[in-house]
Write a protein of this length. Structure first.
Length: 299
């Protein structure tokens, strides 16, 4: 699918669902607002710009102004474009839900295994995190990325996805928490919303409860690597095998995060300057990634 076909498909998808339901989530305008440039066009340009590799609103607007002016002749100036994108920030969450539902229609109905992990969304790093004040409604300065070993200010994106052999996992539940929330606590909040078809879930050590590598809860069996006991130097052979097996099964969730970040640049949010901007950054880019996955059937 070339970029013209992708743009047309995206615009038709947005128009269809905007008229059906998404219009309810848009901020109400005044009676004198200029709506010659529609919300559907705003959403379409933002998502298409992200999919084309542009990482800031300014770059997206410049791209649209240079290359899409014939498609969107009423495109406003950058300041108005920025304001309009923030006004439709609440649309991206239900839009993301619609896109994930489209993806689930193509899933094998016999899939019962899930994978879970959380990805940091970084707004400020290291010492700069103490001075950051953007989006205090949800963002906090006590985030820690264990993989890269640094502290940050921002939020965290917990995801539960269906495992598919040889393919990227398909998200079934996506949340957003403050940076300091423990992965286990976030998973407990997601549990009641998981589908009944999900029987097993694989995670890392942070999701353990009572140091049990296999734990059943809410009709779901949670598998995690084995933790060493206090003072224990080496794991027993059986525990090593179990830990290796669990790690291999859950590895695709890391590939999913890497793929989303590569396609959208979601992990770095240092340009965000408001709560609405943060919602657009997180859920807008996720929606763009899910449209790519849905349209190209990414493996």
């Amino acid at each position: 699918m070339d970029w013209q076909d992708q743009l047309i498909s995206l615009y038709l998808f947005i128009c269809k669902h905007y008229q059906q339901d998404l219009h309810r989530y848009c901020q109400r305008m005044t009676n004198f607002a200029d709506l010659s440039f529609s919300d559907e066009e705003i959403i379409c340009i933002y998502l298409h710009g992200v999919m084309e590799g542009y990482r800031t609103l300014k770059l997206i607007h410049q791209y649209a102004n240079r290359h899409l002016r014939s498609w969107f002749p009423k495109l406003p100036g950058y300041v108005t474009f920025d304001q309009r994108v923030n006004q439709v920030c609440d649309v991206f969450i239900p839009l993301l839900e619609l896109l994930t539902q489209e993806i689930h229609l193509k899933l094998n109905p016999d899939v019962h295994t899930g994978l879970t992990d959380a990805m940091p969304i970084i707004m400020a790093q290291r010492s700069r995190r103490f001075h950051a004040k953007v989006a205090p409604q949800i963002a906090t300065k006590n985030g820690y990325c264990a993989t890269k070993r640094f502290h940050y200010y921002g939020v965290k994106l917990p995801v539960v996805a269906y495992r598919q052999a040889g393919k990227l996992p398909k998200p079934v539940c996506i949340g957003l928490t403050d940076a300091g929330m423990h992965d286990r606590k976030a998973f407990e909040q997601i549990l009641p919303f998981l589908p009944e078809t999900l029987l097993d879930c694989f995670a890392d050590k942070a999701y353990q409860i009572e140091n049990a590598s296999v734990h059943a809860e809410h009709a779901i069996t949670l598998f995690t690597p084995v933790k060493k006991a206090k003072g224990q130097v080496f794991l027993e052979i059986a525990d090593q095998w179990l830990s290796t097996a669990v790690s291999k099964v859950r590895q695709p969730i890391e590939s999913f995060f890497n793929w989303v970040n590569e396609k959208t640049g979601i992990q770095m949010a240092s340009k965000v300057r408001s709560y609405k901007g943060l919602m657009v950054h997180v859920f807008g880019r996720l929606a763009a990634a899910m449209f790519i996955m849905q349209s190209k059937q990414v493996v």
